[in-house]
Design a protein around this ligand. Sequence first.
Ligand code: NAP
Ligand code: ZN
Length: 353
Amino acid sequence: MTAATNEYPTKAYGASDTSGHIAPMDITRRGLRDDDVLIDISHCGICHSDLHTARNDWGRTTYPVVPGHEIVGTVAALGDGVTRHTVGDRVAIGCMVDSCKECSHCEQGLEQDCKQGMVGTYGGTDRHDGSKTHGGYSNRIVCRDEFVLKVPDALSSEHAAPLLCAGITTFWPLNTWKVGKGSKVAVAGLGGLGHMGVKFAVAMGAEVTVLSRSEDKRCDAMELGAHDFLITTDKAAMKAQSGTFDMVLNTIPVRHNVTPYLHLLKIDGVQVLVGMIDMMPEVHTGLFLGRKILTGSGIGGLEETQQMLDLCAEKNIVPEIEIIPMQDVNTAYDRMEASDVKYRFVIDMESLQ
Ligand code: NAP
Ligand code: ZN
């Protein structure tokens, strides 16, 4: 802490322009407000959203940006009013660090849909001082206490990290649409989100099919618990499964035609888009006459995220990870873009010291 300002000088890695190249940078974390928690970060997962943001794929990045919203660490200090955490606790932060906590959405535990806008863990604007938020590719972070979650003892920090985004983003729609025994679920795209979607859907008792571009992932899909595997370019195989699924959980990260996935749905089946955030290629409305539902879903609320962490600890539902040092993040981005990761990179923040 700097005596003059009570702020915390912080080592970070971030992007300075649309090349998305991630390089070391120094940032400052604010001094603690009454309801703030200072966390020493031990691990941070790498989400495809980090890559989209670093490279300005969504056209709304302001630079510099420090990505990272799958954060796990240890409480290092507390604001004067914090009672829900203790120094030394193992804790986590996901994709948001604040919201109004007063609107009807927040009151329902849907902070991610706060009517005033939730504050993103990176690239967001602090509700009090207007400063820009910076994410978990750093050695410490300051966050409002209510947005800091507890990591159950049974989860290692490196395995807990990806649950904060990939985990909750797939758990939430499966839970919302009450997937369970007797449900038939397809997961499109076997990456960070997709592999967690498979694990959760299997744990919930569903019959699960992976939809992938790559035959190489067939064995993995089965090892993850899937019951079937379809190559999306195999039109005959896709057609043979038409009208058979209750849900398609679509994690594909780029603009694409969702029509083939709508064909897979039964009457009242739902395709939930969690990957693509973009304009969608045209869809013929005739398809909806078969009462097929097309919708989307964003992360999950605080309470639901804590429940998901607790469930993962209880049932040993953990991501497949590859741990890397901070210095390898650019290579990790290239590999993630090439779908060459099994299935989530996690940065060991020791490498930043
Ligand atoms: P990821 O690890 O890169 O996985 C994406 C998977 O999609 C890949 O493994 C690949 O699977 C498939 N894929 C990749 N490129 C494709 C292409 N051009 N065409 C068709 N399929 C392709 O990414 P992730 O971290 O899981 O994130 C997925 C998306 O979810 C990203 O766009 C991210 O921004 C978004 N996201 C949304 C939320 C939310 O709240 N809704 C939260 C987190 C992330 P196969 O090789 O099996 O085809
Ligand atoms: Zn994410």
